[in-house]
Design a protein around this ligand. Structure first.
Ligand SMILES: Nc1ncnc2c1ncn2[C@@H]1O[C@H](COP(=O)(O)OP(=O)(O)OP(=O)(O)O)[C@@H](O)[C@H]1O
Length: 637
């Protein structure tokens, strides 16, 4: 007997143990999803075989009719889901059923709270998959053989668990005549009601009707003698078994669209919106694209799995077809079915394909159109979308030149209008509220919402009632870098350049400002001498009402917030010095005109304060503290 034929015990990866524990303890109220998940995997396995067999027909082993079967045995209390798809080799079983290799795994486990309801949602977002079998079963065995391997290369995987999650499974070699996978669930005491033909049919129709392969069950008939439904020998197909996206839109119910989403999106929750269209013309393709409600755990991994499945004439070609949508739309899930691409299309061919460029442009347009529609007609939904994916969509402003204006129109910001962190203001809303004479869209960027909201640069804007957008997401600096204007109105940082309020300032204010500049010329010079190399310039400003001073950067220099972000990310930022602006109306500034002994300390403290107020950190905080204390003592004398 070969070594592998004896059962071998193996340990689960720690994360699997944790996941199994969660399955049992948090998902029981959603127990029926196990069937949907196993059928979904069986369907994927059939898709994979069909694709691999395109240039290796022998993998079909003379049986090209792909199908899924659901069966049950009342006396043994088992439910079995089997398929004649691709199957798994021994190594594949160990990797696929003993480990989790998803990006976002660590993030997922770190967010679990122990609260069953919250955790159930998180598990849903993470993807339950095969392990959901353990919601209803205390023993699961998998018999599988990879297509193309000999019958004696079959593998059996078994795992039993009691009250608590098991730490190990066994694996052994078996003979398996037919290729594919057969999963048998030994149901827990409290799930035995599922061993019932009617129940199983109900579940299949509810959750798996759209599965492209037929799902077969044995036909049943009423047996008068036994007073029960009895299984016969004949098969029947329980689901519709056609490609949902090929059916006309008006014949598909919302429920069907939603159920299909859960299969393609590997999601637990319902989609937020979808778009289904057949494009005809030079390239013919069908697209069925969904926007999820929740962000997946790997959203921030720009290399994470993409959610579009590519089909060619209804034959599955590949998952994760990253060329079909730009990176900033990586949250979209769905299917694209092309009528023109060759069936043997590979990832390499896709890289070069003009057809793919057309499909990609078409899909991008459709998704952006769907978002515009949601923003206009379903504001609450759009707010949910924005919270989950707004920061990803923002990347598009810099990435997708052709659609920049469209994407800009979809952006939402916090602003001084509501003064809350909620990002609800569109650029169009802002323009609609602009004051008479206002020519620019004003914004401030900072590391946090509070730093933005309390920025001294906003003082004059608040006094005049001019709205300012409050940007505090890291990606905002990047967005602003690419977005110079919207609808003909330039975007202007309130912390850059001289304060030019254009038509918002009247003649009198301008004159008063000039007068102040004259009056404080000498003081400004003393600041310059005192601060020396630390500043590019010192000037009087009418930007401030409550603060004595603030720092700004020159129009063409890099903003200080961006410079800090780059530095924190270990990138080099060009050295640019700030300009110190002083508020001539402020009592501290006024009294400095007569200050002799401590002028240098005052100048440094005002500079450091201005730096702190706009979110910077001090190079030498101890000296700052000493100087402030020294000045406080000096004021007592
Ligand atoms: N019936 C099957 N036939 C062949 N391989 C299978 C089958 N069921 C599961 N697998 C393999 O096991 C892997 C893990 O399955 P699992 O359901 O846990 O995760 P998944 O389907 O990859 O992702 P998700 O958790 O998002 O559903 C699959 O990716 C697949 O390779």
């Amino acid at each position: 007997m070969s070594e592998a034929s004896t059962a071998e015990k193996m340990n689960f990866q720690t994360e699997v143990k944790q996941l199994l524990h969660l399955m049992i303890h948090s998902l029981y109220s959603n127990r029926e999803i196990f069937l949907r998940e196993l059928i979904s995997n069986a369907s994927d396995a059939c898709d994979k075989l069909r694709f691999e067999a395109l240039d290796k027909a022998e993998l079909f082993e003379g049986d090209g009719e792909l199908r899924i079967r659901v069966d049950y045995d009342e006396s043994a209390a088992t439910v079995t889901v089997s398929d004649n798809g691709i199957g798994m080799s021994r190594d594949e079983v160990i990797t696929n059923l003993g480990t989790i290799a998803k990006s976002g795994t660590r993030e997922f486990f770190s967010q679990l709270t122990g609260d069953q309801k919250k955790d159930a949602n998180l598990i849903g977002q993470f993807g339950v998959g095969f392990y959901s079998a353990f919601i209803v079963a205390d023993k699961v065995s998998v018999n599988t053989r990879r297509a193309g391997l000999a019958a004696d290369q079959g593998v059996r995987w078994t795992c039993s668990m009691g009250e608590d999650a098991a730490g190990e499974y066994t694996i052994e070699s078996i003979d398996k005549a037919g290729r594919g996978t057969e999963i048998t669930l030994h149901l827990r005491e409290d799930a035995r009601d599922l061993v019932n033909g009617w129940q199983l049919r109900q579940l299949i129709r509810k959750y798996s009707d759209h599965i492209i392969q037929p799902i077969l069950m044995k036909k049943e008939a009423w047996d008068e003698e036994a007073k029960a439904q009895v299984k016969g020998d004949e098969d029947e197909t329980v689901n519709q078994a056609n490609a949902l996206w090929t059916r006309p839109r008006n014949e598909i119910t919302d429920e069907e669209y939603k159920a299909f989403y859960k299969h393609v999106g590997h999601d637990f929750a319902e989609p937020l919106a979808w778009v289904h269209a057949k494009v005809e013309g030079r390239h013919e393709y069908t697209q069925l694209l969904y926007v999820p409600e929740n962000a997946p755990f790997d959203l921030w991994d720009r290399n994470a799995r993409h959610g579009i499945k590519l089909y060619v004439k209804r034959v599955f070609i590949m998952d994760d077809a990253e060329k079909l949508l730009p990176t900033y739309l990586r949250f979209v899930r769905g299917v694209v079915d092309s009528a023109d691409l060759p069936l043997n299309v590979s990832r390499e061919i896709l890289q070069e394909s003009k057809d793919i460029d057309t499909i990609r442009a078409g899909c991008t347009k459709k998704v952006l159109g769907m978002l515009e529609d949601m923003a206009t007609n379903a504001a609450e939904k759009y707010a949910t979308f924005w919270q989950a994916f707004g920061n990803v969509l923002k990347e598009g402003v810099g990435e997708d030149f052709a659609n920049k204006d469209k994407i800009a129109g979809l952006l939402r910001f916090a602003s001084t209008e509501a003064d809350t962190p909620d990002q609800t203001v569109s650029l169009a809303d802002y323009i609609g509220r602009m004051k008479a004479g206002q020519e620019k869209i004003y914004f401030v960027t900072a590391e946090s919402f509070n730093a933005a909201k309390n920025s001294p640069h906003l003082e004059v804007f608040r006094k005049k009632g001019i709205e300012v957008l409050l940007l505090s997401d890291r990606v905002d600096e990047w967005v602003i870098g690419y977005l110079n204007e919207f609808d003909g109105k330039p975007l202007q940082s309130v912390a850059k350049g001289g304060l030019d309020l254009g038509g918002l300032e009247d003649e009198e204010e301008k004159k008063a400002a000039e007068q102040m500049a004259d009056e404080f010329k000498a003081l400004v010079e003393r600041f310059k001498t005192s601060l020396g190399e630390r500043v590019k310039d010192v000037r009087v400003t009418n930007r401030l009402t409550d603060s004595p001073a603030c720092l700004v950067t020159d129009d063409q220099d890099m903003g200080m917030n961006l410079a800090r972000i780059l530095k924190a990310a270990g990138q080099s930022a060009p050295e640019s010095k700030p300009i110190l602006e002083i508020n001539p109306e402020h009592p501290v500034v006024r009294r400095l005109a007569d200050e002799q002994t401590h002028f240098d300390d005052w100048a440094t403290v005002l500079y450091d304060q201005a730096l702190l107020a706009e979110g910077g950190t001090l190079d030498d905080p101890a000296t700052f503290v000493k100087q402030v204390n020294g000045l406080m003592l000096a004021m007592q004398h």
